[in-house]
Design a protein around this ligand. Structure first.
Ligand code: SF4
Ligand code: SF4
Length: 115
């Protein structure tokens, strides 16, 4: 699975676990809330406003970001994906955290939790 995360340079990102790969992941990071910044250029129909007035990537009923291309299982706006997605490092601490939470919830039979 190829999503929006970056493949970090292990020299610049010593906290990255090189064994972690998007190819063997349920894309849990694309179910997280993605807050958009002023310099993000995401088409408006893929975004929504929260009750607190924050613009975020819209998600479908199952919690997936609506920018996922379900046929190819990749980010359909990869070239213009939000900055927060660009900064999300595959195998980095946050990636590993959300994977661990997801794995734990699956083991306990708990449905996916939205963040
Ligand atoms: S914009 Fe792309 S990389 Fe970011 S959450 Fe949505 S599908 Fe994933
Ligand atoms: S959670 Fe990590 S490994 Fe999984 S798709 Fe996102 S960046 Fe890739």
């Amino acid at each position: 699975m190829s999503l929006g995360a970056s493949l970090p340079d292990p020299v610049q990102h010593p906290g990255v676990d090189p064994a972690v790969s998007c190819d063997a992941c349920d894309a849990v990071c694309c179910r997280l809330t993605v807050v958009l910044m002023d310099d993000d250029a995401v088409p408006g129909h893929l975004t929504e406003r929260t009750e607190h007035g924050v613009t975020v990537m819209a998600r479908d009923e199952e919690g997936w970001c609506v920018a996922i291309d379900p046929r190819r299982m990749c980010c359909s706006i990869y070239a213009s994906r939000p900055g927060i997605c660009r900064k999300f490092a595959m195998g980095g601490p946050y990636c590993r955290d959300v994977r661990d939470i997801h794995r734990d919830e699956l083991a306990r039979g708990i449905p996916l939790t939205m963040y």
